[in-house]
Design a protein around this ligand. Structure first.
Ligand code: TXA
Ligand code: MG
Length: 317
């Protein structure tokens, strides 16, 4: 478990001075919370075993759950992973952006062993957020960064959501634009594609760009971390609710107004961006349970439902 569950880390603006301080901490083997376009990440120098160990300790993360490696460019990604033609195409099309590609790890890649949890593969992404980009570029090395939440809790999409982590610094750049973690796609040696985690790049967009089918998540293969208790709010979470029960905080969508509405116009991108913030607010509201209005399952709705399903599963609250 994290060493300090009540600590509130120091927040500073993600300006020139903030970025310089963060890079200094990372270079010295420390951990720092950095904004990305998906969620806030708990960053460490991916080549430094002690720094990576601090990430696992701060989150209370099981050692079998590997981390995503953030790089500044496709050229830098090639130092860590091996890309075939399809991988190169997808990287060109979606990077920088919220797509994580799982590819064979390159022999001799400068990564602490715990980053890949002993797997022969590595999860790589070039983030689009200018702050994370600046941090990686200035450090000059890959940054390992899981979401900056205690393992199994809600992901942070605002600096103020970061709590319970023993970390000295949070760079605050306001709310994350996408609000859902990256889509994780595994590239098989035979060109087979597997969706390990639905996320901020919709499945339909991936299939269209890849020009071949993508085996859905849950079809036997998943990211190791997806097998664990995840995205759980502290209250019981009920889905497809149109009429709230007594004591329930209702998260609305479209025509279901609720206590707050993810998108009155039914826009899934707007709903995705506000999802974790809505769950954080519901948790803090003093309600006894959380309800969520019906939300379509296509496009970004797939990832929204994935997060809600994990948060509502029996034993997850
Ligand atoms: O949007 C995101 O991806 C955010 C930001 C900070 O970049 N990061 C994030 O990291 O969501 P995390 O640690 O919460 O989720 C990473 C997922 C885990 O489910 C892990 O099991 C999976 O990626 N993963 C990492 N390396 C893998 C590998 N080699 N093979 C399969 N899954 C892997
Ligand atoms: Mg996470």
């Amino acid at each position: 478990m994290p060493s300090s569950t009540d600590s509130v880390p120091r927040r500073v603006a993600a300006d020139e001075a903030g970025v310089a301080e963060a890079v200094g901490l990372l270079a010295a083997g420390g951990i720092v919370v950095i904004p990305t376009e998906t969620v806030y990440g708990l960053a460490a120098d991916a080549a430094n075993p002690a720094a990576v160990a601090r990430v696992f300790a701060a989150k209370g993360r099981p050692a079998l759950n590997p981390l995503i490696v953030h790089v500044a460019s496709f050229g830098m990604a090639e130092r860590y992973g091996q890309f075939g033609e399809l991988g190169r195409h997808l990287a060109r099309r979606f990077w920088p952006g919220p797509l994580t590609l799982v590819v064979p790890r390159r022999a001799g890649a400068p990564l602490a062993g715990a980053v890949t949890a002993g797997l022969p593969t590595v999860a790589l992404r070039v983030p689009a957020h200018p702050v994370m980009q600046a941090v990686v570029a200035r450090l000059g090395r890959a940054v390992a960064a899981p979401s900056a939440n205690v393992s199994g809790r809600l992901s942070p999409t605002r600096a103020a959501h970061v709590a319970g982590l023993d970390v000295p610094l949070v760079l605050d750049a306001g709310p994350c634009a996408a609000g859902l973690e990256s889509t994780i796609l595994k590239l098989g040696a035979d060109g087979a594609l597997t969706l390990l985690r639905p996320g901020a790049v919709p499945l339909e967009t991936l299939v269209a760009e890849a020009g071949r089918p993508v085996a859905p998540a849950g079809a036997g293969v998943e990211a190791p971390g997806m097998l664990l208790r995840h995205y759980a709010p502290r209250l019981p979470l009920l889905l497809e609710v149109t009429e709230p029960e007594a004591g329930m905080f209702l998260i609305g969508f479209g025509p279901v107004a609720g206590d707050l509405n993810l998108s009155p116009t039914g826009d899934l991108a707007e709903a995705a961006a506000g999802l974790f913030d809505a769950l954080h607010r519901a948790e803090a509201s003093g309600a006894e349970s959380i309800g969520v209005a019906p939300i379509p399952r296509h496009g970004l709705g797939l990832a929204i439902h994935d997060r809600l399903r994990r948060g509502s599963a029996a034993g997850c609250v």
